[in-house]
Design a protein around this ligand. Structure first.
Ligand SMILES: [Zn+2]
Ligand SMILES: [Zn+2]
Length: 105
């Protein structure tokens, strides 16, 4: 879709993606198009790659500055990657998770 189509549809008060129905209030696209596009976004490898790069950069930044890689607020325990509170939170979560999923197979 080029910018002319986009602007024409927008000016006409139609969804900029399908051009056939009215967009949702305060948006430029109708509901079905926004759902379609968000799904597309989610399955977009490029988008996911950028997202994971962002997360790993954040993780890395925290790691090198000795900040908890989970909350990013407290300083990490000596030699660790997480602060005490996060370590406890995660171990409690894992314990809970394991006991929930510990079904005999
Ligand atoms: Zn639409
Ligand atoms: Zn933390």
């Amino acid at each position: 879709m080029n910018i002319t189509t986009y602007n024409r549809r927008k000016a006409a008060g139609k969804c900029v993606y399908c051009g056939s129905v009215e967009p949702e209030p305060g948006r430029v696209s109708c509901k079905s198009c926004s759902i379609k596009r968000s799904k597309k976004y989610y399955h977009d490898d490029e988008f996911r790659k950028r997202l994971s790069e962002y997360h790993s950069k954040k993780y890395h930044d925290r790691k090198v500055s000795g900040i908890c890689t989970v909350c990013g607020k407290a300083s990490a325990e000596h030699g660790g990657l997480k602060c005490k509170a996060c370590t406890m939170k995660i171990s409690a979560y894992m314990k809970n998770y394991n006991s929930k999923n510990n079904i005999c197979k």
